[in-house]
Design a protein around this ligand. Sequence first.
Ligand code: SF4
Length: 65
Amino acid sequence: MTVRLRVDWPDCRAHGLCHELLPEIIDLDEWGYPLVRGDVTDALLADAHAAARACPRLALHLIRS
Ligand code: SF4
C-alpha cells in the first residue's frame, strides 16, 4: 500500500504550517504553497496525519492506494 499526500488547491491558503510539521516531504513554493516531494513512508505516517489534522483549512489529505 502506498500513502500519498493530496492538497485540495481551492482550499489551501498557503499558511505553510504543513511544511513546518512535515519538512521531510513538503517544500513550499515561492508563494508559500506546498510542494509534496514523495510518498509518505511508514516512518512519517504519524507526522503526516498530524500535519493533515493541523491544516487550518483541512486542505491536506492522506490518500491510500
Ligand atoms: S497547512 Fe494547509 S492551508 Fe496551509 S499550506 Fe499546508 S495545505 Fe495549504
